[in-house]
Design a protein around this ligand. Sequence first.
Ligand SMILES: [Ca+2]
Length: 307
Amino acid sequence: MPLKNSTRLARFTGQRPVALNRSTHIFSLTDTLVRPDEIAWSVATAFHANHIFFWSFVCFLAALFIPNAVCAEGVHFPCTVINEYPHDAKTSTQGLFVHEGTLYESSGGYRRSFLATVELKTGRHIRSVPLPGRYFAEGMATQGDHLRLLTWRSGTGFIYRLDTLEKLETFAYRPRFHTMEGWGLAFDGNNFILSSGTDRLTVYTPKEFTPISIIRVTSNGKPVRQLNELEYINGMVYANIWKSDIVIMIDPKTGHAHGQIDLSPLRKRLSPSSGVANGIAYDAHSKRLYVTGKHWNKLFEIALPQF
Ligand SMILES: [Ca+2]
């Protein structure tokens, strides 16, 4: 997603997320900005005042901030901190995973995107490679001895060697003229799973990177939109929800969100300039779960939810 927007919206992340509204299954940091009843009121007023075009535009803008349905069902897991580590606050985290104890992180923004290996306990960059200035780095995931990195709107991705971060290949991940964006990426052991800021996850084959199925993510029958950074953990897809501190756990077989973690308790440990939560990494070997965010000055190991 756009860096400017995320930076601007990061100011909202200093607030606690609004409590779950179980009657409408609505939840969002933007709840205080535009509510559905206000939108309905706007439409009615527009007809009455014969200002339909103006208010339609207002409603269009408002729709961009319609609160998102987030996991009113399922288990609400506590955010229990086990360790905290330094994290480079200049990094606009878009993709995050752990491989053999080393953190891999991608950072977004035009003319400043990069991919880095990071020493987990110090936050020090071991190796860092920039992307060409016209690409905005997004999510990434590893398969075998390489990783795939998405970019935001170009429809172009890159394959890198894990050990040297040497770029090996360029690949396309959407049909021509398709507007689907690249946000998060995970690998489930067989296929890649891609998010695009919507309520849909797209499953891609591992070699040709061909889309083979779509997972529609819901909670209580309502779509859960703005799915962002991903991680596949023990049969579940964990996903950051953009503009919130919520991580949800999705059953990829059904698309149902079966649980969530509210990361907002971490805010009191972060600098005020920390942006949105984004970045989930799981070390399957040590069974450790890590989370961070855009321009967060810390990375946290938190307790792994037990279903
Ligand atoms: Ca991840």
